[in-house]
Design a protein. Structure first.
Lengths: 228, 228
DNA sequence: TACTGTGAAGCTATTCACAGCG
DNA sequence: CGCTGTGAATAGCTTCACAGTA
């Protein structure tokens, strides 16, 4: 393994999806002053099995020490690098309803690795407002703003009916990573990644499991002891 | 449990996770007045392969007609029933910051199958406010309110530091389905389902793929033709 | 010794390809 | 015929169990 070892494109998707959890667990440990963890401890912290964690980390390289564990700071650094969070990715959010507003506020402070560089909305009453320290621009200027500010990731928080159009315009000016909060499937050309976050899908999955739980377990009233 | 044909607990998780998408696709088709679809068409609408769709639907039963396809209304009805959306599940949202506010507004109108019956916050300035047509209660009354209003699904939109406590209190009064928006892993006993929605995880996954795309494809400037 | 990294096994999910049926 | 439903093949992921090592 040399420097950046031969552009490892062989990391499984399932592993990539867990790396952020490991990174968060490592950050927590680092804040608590922990310097070293075993796979068992880190796995517990991240909510996975230790064998799974070790397999995942083995895809990144050999960063553990047998008989000891992993050095927290070093492993966090390696995962940060692998995820591409050593730099700040410029993000644009389109659609500043309740959800877009919340996303702007959240991204404005909570997340390392990303920087919100544009907020865009269609409503003339919203354009010009300041949200999370940034002035909302007009979605009509999307192409210019995305290009000028080198936006790499587009976040779509518009109603479903507008989402495909916004997506197409992002893609047309070179954005190849899209996070979609609208309740619809987006069509994109080869090479563009779309991830969908959908509240109602998540609730519906919970409802399915809730419905299929044993009725007996559903009688919960006797468990309660109301505080005086 | 009889009535529901042979308590089919054998529906794979991956299939359950796609049923909401099929349901949405079917709703769209129904609104457009389409009465019947082939697996090919419905799969395209939902963004999956047709073989995958047919396999998924086969877990629910045999609701198609060979040589013809699926009747839109009937299939939508079957999926609705299977997901447990024929009834309305009572939902409580805890934490009414920007995100909780957005969730309350979204659930207040957009979703069938769920009804927000409680909004709770810890901040005395927020308690008593009206959000999405509902008065915010105090998180101190969580046990009483959850019990009285028969809450089945708890939505946690608090800061990470409070999430585990809120979750424990939900579980203690019998809630067994939790949707967690806080950036932490929740520990729950056997029989309780937690689903996590995490914006920064999603962005980090996009960043990983963005970073691993070919540098050549990253030169997007020449593609732009600025509107005059 | 106490742990990691990994071959091998087992399991789950997807896709192919076609028999079977309206 | 044209489509669904499904056996069989394939691909991908997780877990076991232990050899290897600081």
């Amino acid at each position: 393994m040399i420097a950046d070892p031969a552009a490892r494109q062989d990391i499984p998707d399932a592993t990539v999806a867990r790396l952020p959890q490991y990174l968060r667990a490592l950050s927590d440990l680092a804040e608590r002053g922990v310097a070293s963890v075993s796979s068992e401890e880190l796995a517990a912290e991240a909510g996975v099995r230790s064998a799974n964690l070790r397999r995942d980390l083995s895809h990144l390289g050999s960063y553990g020490v047998r008989g000891v564990g992993y050095e927290v700071e070093m492993l966090a650094h390696e995962i940060t690098r692998e995820l591409g969070l050593a730099q700040d990715w410029p993000v644009a959010i389109v659609g500043l309803g309740n959800l877009g507003h919340a996303l702007a506020a959240y991204l404005g402070l909570a997340t390392r690795g990303f920087q919100v560089v544009a907020l865009l909305d269609r409503d003339p009453d919203v354009v010009g407002q300041e949200i999370a320290g940034m002035i909302v621009g007009s979605v009509g200027d999307l192409e210019r703003i995305v290009t000028e500010r080198r936006v790499a990731i587009g976040v779509i928080a518009t109603p479903a009916v507008s989402a495909q159009e916004v997506c197409d315009r992002f893609v047309a000016v070179g954005v190849r990573s899209v996070l979609n909060f609208a309740a619809c499937v987006l069509s994109v050309p080869e090479g563009v990644d779309v991830r969908k976050v959908d509240l109602s899908t998540e609730l519906q999955i919970l409802a399915f499991h809730e419905q299929h739980k044993t009725p007996a377990a559903q009688e919960r009233m006797p468990l309660l002891e109301v505080a005086p």
